[in-house]
Design a protein around this ligand. Structure first.
Ligand code: 13P
Length: 281
């Protein structure tokens, strides 16, 4: 199995009607935990890192690590560059062997977003890589540095955008937001259903941390195929470490790193079971 494009993973999910988790990683232990979860559950996996995270986890180090881990996995794994903002970093990810990139032009006006996304599609096609793009604006921000106001995706704009850019997956905003939800998210299923009827490409839900299992399943029934999860993994790891330190401070470094791997693994498995992607590979 090993390294595959995100398109291959999403096409299969579309055929069989399940969702696939795209889990953000920041270091080797998180990569190991995610791969271990996917292999144990026989689930496809999308490993991703966002451009805004690169100050903590540099791309020239994380990229080869993610690609090698995917190549050696016994289940299909796509390596995805999340929320690419600049052509320079997107190209660097492609040069490192990422099999998928997201261009996030959601803050541009429609025509400009289409134009810039088309440039990325042309670039990515020369690598045989998958392209995800966004229309409407998911609230919050990937690393919490700015609080972007949510703008629910307009259905006819989504249809035009998907047709004109020929992207492989479309991220939409239906009441979802990055980071911790202040109040329980109220997803706009009416809008999701409309978009799903008008857009042929698989749909992507960002801001997966804190959405109820029943809502995840309903999203998957209506065309969401890729679900991004970051905050829930970071939160689970920190909680485990804090609990352990409070009980008995670590005596050796490797007990600590083993706990990072294990808590990432548990969070990834938890989500894969909800998304229905286990026992697929
Ligand atoms: P959360 O941090 O809310 O899980 O969102 C992750 C995400 O959408 C990454 O693009």
């Amino acid at each position: 199995m090993g390294l595959v494009t995100m398109k291959e993973i999403l096409d299969q999910a579309e055929l069989e009607g399940y969702g696939v988790g795209a889990f953000s990683v920041a270091n080797m232990e998180m990569v190991m935990g995610a791969i271990a979860a996917a292999e144990e559950l026989r689930s496809p996996l999308i490993l991703q890192i966002a451009e805004v995270r690169l100050t903590h986890s540099p791309l020239h180090l994380m990229g080869p690590l993610m690609v090698h881990a995917a190549q050696n996995a016994t289940v299909p794994v796509a390596v995805h560059f999340d929320h690419g903002l600049t052509q320079e970093k997107i190209k660097q990810a492609l040069d490192l062997g990422f099999t998928s990139v997201m261009f996030d032009g959601s803050h541009y006006k429609l025509a400009e977003n289409i134009e810039k996304t088309c440039e990325i599609v042309t670039l990515a096609r020369t690598y045989g890589a998958t392209v995800e793009a966004e229309i409407g604006q998911v609230g919050g921000s990937e690393d919490g540095s700015v609080d972007i106001e949510m703008q629910v995706t307009n259905t006819s704009e989504a249809k035009q955008f998907a047709a004109q850019t020929q992207i492989d997956a479309l991220a939409i905003a239906i009441g979802n937001a990055h980071g911790n939800y202040q109040t329980e998210p109220q997803l706009r299923f009416d809008r999701l259903i409309e978009i799903d009827q008008q857009v042929k490409q698989p749909l992507v839900l960002h801001g997966g941390s804190g959405i109820k299992s029943a809502d995840f399943r309903k999203c998957i029934r209506h065309g969401i195929r890729k679900i991004n999860v970051a905050t829930a993994s970071f939160r689970q790891i920190i909680q485990r470490i804090n609990q352990n330190v409070k009980r008995t401070p670590y005596q050796d470094y490797f007990s600590y790193t083993d706990d990072v791997v294990q808590s990432m693994k548990e969070n990834v498995m938890y989500h894969m079971k909800i998304f229905g992607s286990e026992h697929i590979s």
